[in-house]
Design a protein around this ligand. Structure first.
Ligand SMILES: C[S@@+](CC[C@H](N)C(=O)[O-])C[C@H]1O[C@@H](n2cnc3c(N)ncnc32)[C@H](O)[C@@H]1O
Length: 489
């Protein structure tokens, strides 16, 4: 008889502890003593040298998660007013994300969280627990977890494979933050959600999502994608489309709340709701992106409500078309998809991603965080720093990090529901006789002045998201950009 391996147990004293001390948001954490772990914007070079994985370059992703959760709790999207929320940090590593939720949310929100952290690596969990014990978020009277079993001051630690553990409850919020692709987890995670829930997903397999690794795009997502300046928008749509189709198999529909392509990863936040009837209609928001579409394809896109009317017959960058209008043969270099053709975010959510809110909840404040600041100050002094402005610099860095996490999001909120974005560097080649791309801010302003919705987009390249018809965009660009003929004079 084959003997089963016993499940790994959580070791109490973490190997490598205390490593290096780091602060993210307003939360202290110890991370492995390895280069890239306790440095701004750097990630670990290799996963194998680490006792516990921590990527400081993901701090913005976690800051936005604190802000989204605050809005969800304040507005009671998922529960009755003031009721507890069952939340799973599915691939938790050091549990920095859950610890930030507990530490940085106002107490009326954090006290409602029933947070479980799951990781397959027992050493990660022992670091998470040790961090939680070393820097507890303080005792909260009337907290939801006080009357539940197995919570250690607000966190329940679960060691094992997420794909099994997720099915043990109906979760109202799941965070899925894997190494690389989320694909191996999506099916199980969708099944573990309650009838109405938020699912936040990170994907770092951007080459597969953007189409630059054609074999992984096909194998993992069943898509083909064109690698032009629309690749970031395409990547977001490929990931949402993939999750929407899996959700539909389990009688669920998704509504994107916020989607961000942030440097080396894509992050999407979705509202997932049970509805067999609506799930049957999933292909109404899945389709194709045609690059350099023909006039006939543009007309199909306009009829489907995926493109502004007003084509002047001149070449355009791209058009989204419905699934049933699959272009013949999926000609390489011309078609991306299948992908999500619906909105990639909600204006009401992005409008709340303001610098003020990010600073209020996620930046250190001299008044509220004096203990944390003095710990950080001592660490700097012990490392030989005699800088008299240590505290000032700690506060400035913290504030900058919070602001950076939400850069451009509130500004793009009025147009995020629109299907069309125009990367400005693609425009000269398609319009012709202009010497360079227009400034995205100037182009957006000119279109707004003309009565259209238009804002600088938050893609990784300069772009404008607008509902202006192509003929109007072309005229605006011509009046903003120098013409070749002008340059020659
Ligand atoms: C990218 S890290 C997570 C980072 C973390 N969410 C954060 O914000 O710092 C991925 C984690 O998933 C864990 N992991 C990998 N496969 C898993 C599985 N099947 N079930 C549970 N955890 C798993 C790894 O041990 C690792 O700690």
């Amino acid at each position: 008889m084959k003997l089963r391996k016993p499940p790994p147990t959580i070791v109490e004293e973490p190997t490598g502890w205390p490593g290096r001390l780091w602060v993210e948001g307003r939360t202290l954490t110890h991370v492995s003593d390895v280069e890239g772990q306790a440095e701004l914007k750097r990630g670990p070079g290799s996963k194998t040298d680490l006792e516990v994985f921590h990527n400081p370059a993901m701090s913005g992703n976690r800051t936005r998660s604190v802000l989204l959760l605050e809005q969800c709790l304040r507005e009671d999207w998922l529960t009755k007013e003031g009721a507890p929320l069952r939340i799973l940090d599915g691939l938790a590593a050091s549990a920095i994300r859950s610890r930030r939720w507990l530490n940085e949310l106002p107490v009326e929100c954090s006290s409602r969280l029933l947070t479980t952290i799951c990781d397959i690596n027992p050493t990660s969990l022992s670091w998470a627990r040790k961090n939680h014990q070393t820097y507890p978020q303080g005792t909260i009277e009337n907290a939801a977890w006080n009357v539940e079993e197995d919570y250690e001051n607000g966190l329940k630690f679960v060691n094992g494979d997420l794909r099994k553990k997720v099915l043990e409850h109906g979760w109202q919020w799941i965070d899925l933050d894997p190494f690389g692709s989320p694909v191996p987890f999506v099916d199980a995670v969708i099944q573990g959600l309650s009838r109405r829930a938020v699912l936040e997903v990170t994907a770092t397999d951007t080459a597969a999502l953007c189409g630059s690794s054609a074999s992984s795009s096909r194998r993992r997502y069943g898509v083909r994608a064109v690698v032009d300046d629309l690749r970031h928008d395409t990547a977001i749509r490929v990931l949402i489309g993939h999750i929407a189709s899996i959700a539909a198999k389990h009688d669920r529909i998704i509504e994107p709340l916020m989607s961000v392509f942030d440097d080396h990863h894509v992050r999407i936040s979705l509202l997932v709701t049970k509805s067999k009837e609506k799930a049957s209609d999933v292909f109404s928001t899945i389709g194709w992106r045609i690059h350099k579409p023909t006039e006939e394809e543009i007309q199909i896109s306009i009829s489907a409500g995926l493109h502004p009317a007003g084509s002047d017959g001149s070449p355009q960058i791209s058009a989204l078309v419905p699934y049933d209008n699959q272009p013949f043969g999926l000609i390489k270099g011309r078609v991306s998809g299948p992908l999500w053709t619906g909105p990639i975010g909600k204006g009401e959510i992005l409008a709340n991603m303001t610098e003020e809110r990010a600073q209020e909840y996620c930046a250190l404040s001299e008044m509220d965080d004096s203990e944390t600041i003095s710990i950080l100050e001592k660490v700097k002094q012990n490392s030989g720093s005699s800088d008299e402005k240590i505290v000032e610099k700690i506060l400035q860095t913290s504030s900058r990090q919070a602001i950076r996490a939400v850069a451009g999001l509130a500004e793009v909120s009025p147009v995020i529901h629109l299907p069309n974005t125009y990367p400005v560097d693609m425009l000269p080649a398609i319009i012709g006789n202009i010497a360079g791309p227009p400034s995205p801010s100037k182009l957006a302003k000119m279109l707004r002045d003309d009565g259209w919705l238009a804002e600088r987009d938050i893609l990784m390249v300069p772009a404008v998201r607008t509902n202006a018809p192509w003929s109007v965009i072309v005229e605006a660009i011509k009046s903003l950009s120098p013409k070749f003929s002008d340059c020659e004079e």
